[in-house]
Ligand binder design. Structure first.
Ligand code: UFG
Length: 324
C-alpha cells in the first residue's frame, strides 16, 4: 500500500483528494496548519498532523520518519486579490515554506512529488485554450509564487532525481458527498451563487459585463475536484516529471454558470452587475490533451450542471459548511 503525505488535506481540494486516495486503498497522512482548512474536513481514515510548513524541523521529522512514497502538496494561500495586497504572505507560504517541504522530501527519500499549481501561472494568456508550453507571465504574486515553486521542483528533480508533477488547475469546483467548498470568507463564484439561491446572501455581485466575450462576462474552465483527484492519483505512476493543465476545455461565462445553477436548483439567482474585479483575465480555458494522453486522465464531470449539482447537494447537506 502506498503511503502518501497530503499537505493541505483539511482544505477544499486536499480533503477531496484524500478521500479519493483512501477510497482507492492508499495510506494517507494529512499535514495541515488549519489556517484556512477545517479539522472536520480531514477524512477520519487519515492520520492527522497539525503543523505549519514554516516549522522546518517538524516537516523534516515528519518526512524522515514517515517512509512516504509520495507527497501531494496542496497547502497554500490562494486568493489572487489578497496576494496583490500582501505579497510577502504568498511568497512566504507558497514559496519559502514550500522549499522546507521540498528539502524534507529529499531528506525523507520521497520519490514523487505532486504539486497543486494553477492557471494563474499563465497570467493574461495570448491564446485559448492554454497549452502547457504557452508563456507563463503571472499578473499577481499568487500566480508568481506558484510558478516559482514549479521552478524549484524542476531543479530539485534535476539535481536530486525526485520525480514531480505540477498540476495546473483551472477553476476547481463541485463537491463529493463528504467534502465541499467552505472558504471564509467565500470568494468563489459557484458557492456564492448557491448561497444566494439559499438566501444565505442577498445577491451575487457580477464582476464585469463589459469584457471582450460573447455575453461580456468572464469565461472560465470549471473542473470537478474529483477529476482533479483522479489526476493526482494518475500522476503518481507517470514515468517522468511533467507539467499538466487540468480543465475540461469547455469555457463557460458567468452568465452561463448562473443559468446552469438556475436550471439545477429550479430557482432564480439575484445578481447585480458590478465593476470588474482587478486581476481577472477575460478568458481562461485549458487544453488538457497532454494529461489525457500522458496520464490517461478522463474527467468524468464534463457538464457544468453535474458540477453545480454536486456543490448544491453539499450545501443543502451542510448549510453552515464545516461549522458544527
Ligand atoms: N465572480 C463574480 N462574482 C463573485 C465571484 C466571482 O462575478 O462574487 C466571477 C469572477 O470575476 C470570475 C469568475 O466569477 O470571472 C470566477 O471567479 P472565481 O473567484 O470563482 O475564480 P477565479 O477564476 O478568480 O480563480 C480561480 C482560482 C484561483 C486561480 C484562478 C486562475 O480560485 O486560485 O482560478 O487559475 F488563481
Amino acid at each position: 500500500m502506498k503511503k502518501i503525505l497530503v499537505t493541505g488535506g483539511a482544505g477544499y481540494i486536499g480533503s477531496a483528494c484524500s478521500e479519493y486516495l483512501l477510497d482507492m486503498g492508499y495510506d494517507v497522512t494529512v499535514f495541515d496548519a488549519l489556517i484556512t482548512g477545517h479539522r472536520d474536513a480531514v477524512d477520519p481514515r487519515a492520520r492527522f498532523i497539525e503543523g505549519n510548513l514554516a516549522d522546518r524541523e517538524l516537516i523534516m521529522d515528519v518526512c524522515r520518519q514517515g517512509s512516504f512514497d509520495a507527497i501531494m502538496h496542496f497547502a497554500a494561500f490562494s486568493l489572487v486579490g489578497e496576494s496583490m495586497k500582501d505579497p510577502g504572505k504568498y511568497f512566504g507560504n507558497n514559496l519559502a515554506n514550500g522549499i522546507n517541504l521540498a528539502d524534507a522530501a529529499i531528506a525523507g527519500n520521497v520519490k514523487t512529488f505532486v504539486f497543486s499549481s494553477t492557471a494563474a501561472t499563465f497570467g493574461q494568456p495570448e491564446k485559448t485554450p492554454i497549452s502547457e508550453d504557452d508563456q507563463q507571465i503571472p499578473i499577481n504574486p499568487y500566480g508568481e509564487s506558484k510558478l516559482c515553486f514549479e521552478k524549484v521542483l524542476k531543479w530539485y528533480s534535476r539535481i536530486y532525481g525526485m520525480k514531480y508533477a505540477a498540476l495546473r488547475y483551472f477553476n476547481a469546483a463541485g463537491a463529493t458527498a463528504l467534502h465541499g467548498e467552505d472558504h471564509r470568507p467565500e470568494s468563489h463564484l459557484i458557492p456564492i451563487i448557491l448561497e444566494t439561491i439559499r438566501g444565505k446572501r442577498e445577491k451575487l455581485m457580477l464582476f464585469g459585463d463589459d469584457y471582450d466575450t460573447p455575453d461580456g462576462s468572464c469565461i472560465r474552465d470549471y473542473i470537478h475536484i474529483l477529476d482533479l483527484a483522479q489526476a493526482h492519483e494518475l500522476a503518481l505512476s507517470a514515468p517522468e516529471s511533467g507539467h499538466y493543465n487540468l480543465g475540461t476545455g469547455n469555457g463557460l461565462s458567468v452568465f452561463e454558470i448562473i443559468k446552469a445553477a438556475e436550471e439545477v436548483t429550479g430557482k432564480k439567482v439575484n445578481f447585480e452587475i458590478a465593476p470588474r474585479r482587478p486581476g481577472d483575465p477575460a478568458r481562461l480555458i485549458a487544453c488538457s490533451d497532454k494529461a489525457r494522453r500522458m496520464l490517461n486522465w478522463k474527467p468524468r464531470y464534463e457538464s457544468a450542471h453535474a458540477i453545480i449539482e454536486s456543490a448544491w447537494k453539499w450545501q443543502l447537506k451542510y448549510p453552515e459548511g464545516y461549522a458544527k
